[in-house]
Design a protein around this ligand. Sequence first.
Ligand code: NAP
Length: 238
Amino acid sequence: MTPPSPRHCLVTGANRGLGLEFVRQLLDRGDRVVATCRQPGRANALNQLTGEYPGRLHVLPLDVAEPKSQAELVRELPLVLGDDARLDLLVNNAGVLHSGERFGKVAAATLDDSLRTNATGPFLLTQSLAPLLADGGKVANLSSELGSIAGKDAFRTPSYSISKAALNMATVLLARALAERGIVVVALHPGWVQTDMGGSGAEVAPEDSAAALLRVIDRAGDGDSGRFLDRHGAPLPW
Ligand code: NAP
C-alpha cells in the first residue's frame, strides 16, 4: 500500500541520469526528498531544484561505495527528516558501468569498484538505514537485465553483470530480513535508458523510465517483495 503524501524518500546517485529524474518526479507529486550524491557542491541541477521546492528537497553527500560516507549520512539524516520521521521510500539508484572489459584483461580494481558501488554499497546502506525506514515502506534497487544469469549469452560487461547479479541476491535477502515490518524490497530493470550510462541511442527517455518505475513501486505489495521486475512490472528471469 502507498502511504499518503507527503512521503519521505531518499534517492542515491541523484545528481544526474535516472536518479535526478526520480527526484524531479517525487517532488512534483508532493513528496519530501533527500537526494544524495558524491559532490553536492557540483550538483547544479539538484541545487536548482532546491530553490524550486523550498523545504522539500535536501541534498546530502553520499558515496555509496564508502562505509564511512554511509555512516555520516545515517548520522545526519534524523537532523534533516526530523526525529520522528521515517523514510517511506529508499531508491538505491547509484550505479557504475565500466565499459570495454575483455576476457583475460578484467582488472581486480574494476570488479571491486563495481561490486562496492552496485551491490555491497546498496546492501550495507539499506541495512544501516533499516531503523529509519517506515514500517510498510519500500526499497527499490536499480538492477539491470545484464545481471540476469539466465539471460547471459555472451561475455559482456562482466564486472557490471556480476555486481548486478549480486544486487539481485541482496534484494532477496533484504526482502526476507524486512518482511516482518511489511517493508517491500524489489530489484528493478529500468530498460535501456538515455543517460550517460545508457548513451543517447538508448530506447527509453529517463522521464518515461522513472515514471514507469514509480508506478511499479507504488503498486508493489508484500507479494512482490524479493522480485526482479521490469519497468512494466513484469517479472524477469534471475
Ligand atoms: P548514470 O547516468 O551513469 O548515473 C549514475 C549515477 O550514479 C550518477 O549520479 C553517479 O554519480 C552515481 N554514482 C556512481 N558511483 C557512485 C558512488 N560510488 N556513490 C554515489 N553515487 C555514485 O546512470 P543511470 O543510467 O542514471 O543509471 C541509474 C541506475 O540504473 C544504475 O544503477 C544503473 O546501473 C541502472 N541501469 C541503467 C540502465 C540504462 O540504460 N541507463 C539500464 C539498466 C540499469 P557521479 O556523477 O558522482 O558519478
